[in-house]
Ligand binder design. Structure first.
Ligand SMILES: O=C(O)CCC(=O)C(=O)O
Length: 338
């Protein structure tokens, strides 16, 4: 076990090897495993399915990333600041600005990478688990991200950014390990049971996303400390997938040492008949496509000229774009339709 400091300043023993962790549930070949996994998820707000994705598919995405997306100079939207940026690499040569919404990437340069990632996110074994967790007949991917370097993502509930329009907590996130994730590589963590507590920080008042994101992050941490929440950072090997509820507090640690990557993809899913609730404020309509028979919803489709023009403007004039976005966000949050 590796001792890691949580964002609350407490110490946590993080499993370095599979044998040091809970077994959780097999992703394949075990009748009844999905039912057991659902019961665990409902109780703890997260669950791990081991080997849900084949090592062959994980290796395929790693190799396609290396040969196509890594060297691509096209600006892409980024998870950490929602700005259009070119790829940036840390001193170890790993991508340090995670890509936001792989399904939006343009066909000209990135269709092969986009397809390889969507093949994983929509494969039948994944679709079956997500449908069971959401008690839905069909589900859809509404958002995705690609990570390589450790990022130290702040503690949050996805609900603050997006959730199900039908009921808060009815969105599922999935963290797909594309390689064995070292305990020092900025492990993804969850706060078990936090989906059931009174910890929801709403996207409003001083904590609104347009002007109060720092306040949100601090308030979240204060609540975690007050409630002395548990933290778990499961061992995730290539092909293991951790699913969590949109009300479950989670984030990732900063790296314990240099030289490590944590290549992974995350995705957020809804019942196919549901809609995305954005910022606890409005229903965000999305254009839909299909992949592997699953609906994939787009937000900033780069195959559309209009979106490419916005990208060019945002990339060349980031400050102007940021200011305009902030005004638009304030307007959205001020006239809540929910
Ligand atoms: O892995 C991470 O750093 C954060 C991922 C995450 O929070 C998400 O996908 O919602």
């Amino acid at each position: 076990m590796l001792e890691v400091m949580t964002p609350m300043g407490t110490m946590l023993s993080v499993p370095e090897h599979l044998a040091e962790d809970l077994p959780y549930f097999p992703g394949k070949g075990s009748p009844g495993a999905i039912e057991d996994a659902c019961a665990f998820y409902n109780e703890h707000g997260y669950v791990v399915l081991r080997g849900l994705v084949s090592s062959h598919l994980c290796a395929h995405v790693r190799s396609i990333y290396a040969t196509t997306a890594r060297g691509c100079r096209v600006p892409m939207l980024r998870q950490r600041n929602m700005q259009y940026e070119r790829n940036k690499f840390n001193s170890d040569g790993f991508l340090e600005n995670p890509i936001f919404n792989i399904q939006d990437l343009g066909s000209r340069q990135l269709s092969v990478f986009r397809k390889a990632v969507l093949d994983i996110l929509t494969q039948i074994e994944v679709a079956d688990v997500v449908a069971a967790l959401l008690e839905a007949r069909q589900t859809k991917v509404i958002q995705s991200m690609f990570f390589e370097a450790p990022t130290g993502t702040w503690a949050h509930q996805d609900s603050y950014y997006q959730d199900s329009a039908s009921k808060l907590g009815m969105m599922v996130g999935g963290w797909f390990a594309l390689e064995d994730i070292d305990a020092n590589a900025g492990r993804f963590y969850v706060c078990p049971g936090s989906h059931k507590s009174e910890l929801l920080v709403r996207n409003e008042g001083d904590c609104n996303f347009a002007t109060g994101h720092d306040c949100y992050r601090q308030t979240m941490l204060d609540r975690m400390r007050e409630q002395a929440v548990d933290v778990a950072a499961p061992f995730l090997g290539a092909g293991d997938v951790l699913f969590w509820n949109s009300l479950t507090i989670h984030g990732s640690f900063t790296a314990g040492r240099s030289g490590l990557s944590r290549m992974s993809v995350t995705a957020h899913y809804l019942d196919d008949t549901d809609s995305m609730l954005q910022f606890h404020s409005r229903i965000r309509r999305q254009k839909n496509t299909k992949h592997n028979n699953m609906t994939v919803s787009l937000l900033h489709d780069q195959d559309k000229l209009r979106n490419r023009l916005i990208r060019e403007l945002a990339f060349r004039l980031p400050r102007t774009y940021f200011a305009a976005r902030r005004i638009a966000l304030r307007a959205v949050l001020a006239c809540r339709s929910i």
